[in-house]
Each structure stands twice: as C-alpha cells, then as structure tokens.
Write a protein that binds this ligand. Structure first.
Ligand code: UGA
Length: 429
C-alpha cells in the first residue's frame, strides 16, 4: 500500500520504517528541513536501536519530504506528530490540528486518516467533525490507532506488539487497516477493534497503570526502608504471581520520559475538566514527584552543607538506551544541587550533548566515569546504563577520599559495596 506518515519523531519515524519493512511504500513528512535532510542521507535524527539498519534496508520504499502534496499520494495517512504538555498539564493538540488543516488544504482524494499520536479521549471524534464541517468533497475516515512502543526498543516493540488497537466503527476503514497490518496479524499479534474513544483510553489507561505500578513499588520501597525489609526481594516475591507480573516493579527514582509524566497529567486534567477526581493517578503523580528527589535527600542527610562540594551524577537520560532527557529525574537532582551551590560533575554515555544545551557551563561534563568521580564527595547514580552497572566499583574507593555512593537505580550489590568500604545507599533496603 502507499502510506504517508506525518512527523518523523519517535512515533512517526518508527511507524514509517516498520511499515516499509512489511512491504508498504511510505512517504515520511516533516516540517523540519534538517531532519528530512538527515534522513535523505540515511541518518536517523533520533537515537534508536536498529534504526540505521532499517532505514538502509528499506531505502527504496521510503521517501522523505517536506512537501505536503504527498498527502494526495497515499491511501492511508498516519498522524504521528507530538502532543506535548501544556502548562496546565493538558495535551497540546496544535500540531495535530495543523496536519488536519493541511489535509483539507492539500488532500483531494478519499483518505483514511489514522491518529497515532497520543490524544485525549474524544479528539478523534472532534477531528472527524472538523473534516465533515469543511465541506470536503472527498471522504475522510478517521481511525484511532495508538502506539505502545518504548524508546530504545521501539522497532522491536512494533514487530512484537502485544496488540494492535483500532478505534473505528466504519467497516471499510477497519478492513483497510486489517490489510495494512496483515503481516503482523498473521504473525499472531491480536487485532482489536473498538470505538474511537475506547481506543484513545486504552493508551492513557495503559500508561497510567504502568506509571502507577512504578509509584506503587516506590512507595513500598520507602516503607521497606523504614521497616528493614528488602524491596528487591519483595518485588521478586510479588512478581511470581502472574496476576501481578514481574515487569515494572523496579524501584528507583521515579519515572521520566516523554510519555508517563505527560500522559498521567493529561488524564488527570481530562478527568478534572469532566468534574471527576481521578484519585489513584493523581497520587501516582505526587508519589513520583517526591521520589525524584530521593537521592538528593539522602545526600543532604549525609552532607548538610553542599556549598562548593564536588558531586558526581552518573547517568542523565530518563532510562538507558536513549539520549532523551525529557522529564528525567536526573534534571531535578542537578537543579537541587545547583540551588545548594554544589559543583556538579556529570557522566552519561549518550545524553551529554542534550544536557549541554540545557545547562551550558553551569556544570562539568566528562567522558568517563573515573574522570567524573575523581575526588568527589559523593556520587549519585541516576540511570542504569551498562557502563555504570558493570563499572569496577573498587574504583569508587580508589578515586574518592571518602566514597559515598547513592544509587537511585540499585545497580550494585549492597553487601559487596559495603564490604569494599563504600558508604553505599540504594533504594528500598
Ligand atoms: C512508555 C511505555 O512503556 C510504552 O508502552 C508507551 O508506548 C510509551 O511510554 C509511550 O507512551 O509512547 P517509555 O517512556 O519509552 O515507554 O519508557 P519506559 O521503559 O516505560 O520507562 C519509563 C520510565 O519508567 C523510565 O524513567 C524508567 O526508568 C521508569 N521505570 C520503568 C521504573 O522506574 N521502574 C520500572 O520498573 C520500569
């Protein structure tokens, strides 16, 4: 089939590349000339495992352009542009709306418009009403089809999707979507059809549930600390019950990224606007905000006066496998340290370029863990990169005079660290 995908960020680009991989011809459109230029040269504008490989492999089925006239050159058009957070927590739909306006301006043929971007419940219906209100002669079928990919494993997540969700009540559109995804359906991925509002809600409810699981285990970990239990053992024991499951029970310094923080807030905002108090998700958000400053609070309890003290931050991205810093808990810790006039020294294998754009010369950047921690008063571990997990921990002792390691991601064995003379603190035990 001939497809157009609008937006070449995580959602759009991964959608385009994976559809090309299963045999479709895909126009990838973006307003950003730089991104399109890079993609034309075979370079990925996002840091994502296997992206370069799939871009190269499918180059004959992929067309990158800033030209909206391709809106006429397809049967199905995906909208995969961003829906960032507004100041009040609601989702900003201006980019989605802009694409819809351009469809009206440039499109002249019947078209299935698929909303991949995460949009508040009711948005697909509003978009449908908008198209109808423009008096277009051609027919536009609006279909909701949320994505469930995680950054760092996005391409693999699409090929091994747990489900494909389609929100539509139009038979023609449903059959077209079935045809589009045929190779995935034949490989055994469930294809679920429902109304558009429910489809939109599956996305928000799934992300809010996963975020809640994380805040839940973080609260349990804080109680474990008070009571002298070990949260890692507790999570292991809980996870064997397959009604609970062992995933997303890893305690830490809270969730970050471009999805959980934004989607939980957007759902609470939507509930508030409809006079419903969404208590559990609201608590998930407030527990997460507290958890983000956990390592800093431990540090303050150990060294009250941080003025002019050298403090190392290991890992800044919101999780390993990505260069994304959006809502990363590390940023909160850097800000708190700077407020106390500490000297902040940072290491991350891929996130430093993005960090420099935010902090300039207010902090120091290093390309190795050893350089970063040299003579520091304390180390805060914020991301569980392999480089950090498998770092020779005896170096903390060698390179720091009085080694304090506050591990927000439980990268090391507590006993081994203590036995090696390191003043070691981890989450929940
Ligand atoms: C998340 C969801 O996992 C995807 O299913 C969803 O499609 C995506 O959002 C989206 O809406 O686009 P992502 O934000 O890439 O994916 O990252 P996750 O792997 O879910 O991690 C989110 C945060 O939770 C990270 O900061 C991570 O460190 C934290 N986390 C995760 C924990 O603290 N504990 C855990 O057990 C798991």
């Amino acid at each position: 089939m001939k497809i157009t995908v609008v937006g070449t960020g995580y959602v759009g680009l991964v959608t385009g590349v994976t559809l090309a991989e299963i045999g479709h011809y895909v126009n990838c459109v973006d307003i950003d000339n730089n991104k399109i230029d890079m993609l034309k040269r075979g370079l990925s504008p996002i840091y994502e495992k296997d992206m370069d490989y799939y871009l190269k492999k499918n180059k004959d089925r992929l067309n990158f352009t800033t030209d909206y006239s391709v809106y006429n050159d397809c049967e199905i058009l995906f909208i995969g542009v961003g829906t960032p957070e507004n100041e009040d927590g609601s989702a900003n739909l201006s980019y989605v709306k802009r694409v819809c306006e351009d469809i009206v301006k440039y499109g002249s043929k019947d078209l299935i418009v698929v909303i991949k971007s995460t949009v508040p419940i009711g948005t697909n219906d509003e978009i449908d009403s908008y198209f109808k209100s423009t008096g277009l002669r051609s027919k536009i079928y609006v279909v909701s089809n949320p994505e469930f990919l995680s950054q760092g494993t996005a391409i693999n997540d699409v090929f091994n999707s747990k489900r494909i969700i389609i929100g539509s009540n139009d038979d023609y559109a449903i059959q077209k979507m079935k045809k589009l995804y045929e190779p995935f359906i034949e490989s055994g991925i469930p294809f679920l059809v429902m109304d558009r509002k429910s489809s939109e809600m599956v996305k928000y409810a799934s992300n809010s549930f996963l975020a809640t699981k994380i805040s839940f285990i973080n609260e349990i970990s804080n109680l474990c600390e008070v009571l002298g239990a070990d949260v890692n053992s507790v999570a292991l024991g809980m996870g064997y019950d397959d009604r609970i499951g062992n995933k997303f029970l890893k305690p830490g310094i809270g969730y970050g990224g471009s999805c959980f923080p934004k989607d939980t807030k957007a759902l609470v905002d939507l509930a508030n606007k409809n006079n419903y108090n969404l208590e559990i998700v609201s608590s998930t958000i407030s527990v997460n905000e507290k958890q983000k400053r956990k390592c800093f609070d431990i540090l303050k309890g150990l060294i009250n006066d941080l003025n002019n003290k050298d403090i190392a931050i290991l890992g800044v991205t919101f999780k390993p496998g990505t260069d994304d810093l959006r809502d990363s808990p590390s940023l909160k810790n850097i800000d708190l340290l700077l407020d106390e006039s500490a000297n902040v020294r940072v290491y991350d294998p891929v996130g430093l370029e993005n960090l420099k754009k935010m902090y300039g010369d207010t902090i120091k950047y290093f390309n190795s863990i050893s350089e970063t921690i040299k003579n520091c008063e304390a180390v805060l571990i914020m991301t569980e990169w392999d480089e950090i997990k498998y770092y020779n921990y005896s170096c903390y002792k060698k390179l720091m005079s009085n080694p304090i390691v506050i591990d927000g991601r439980n990268c090391y064995n507590k006993k081994e660290m203590k036995d090696n003379g390191i003043d070691y603190y981890c989450i929940g035990g």
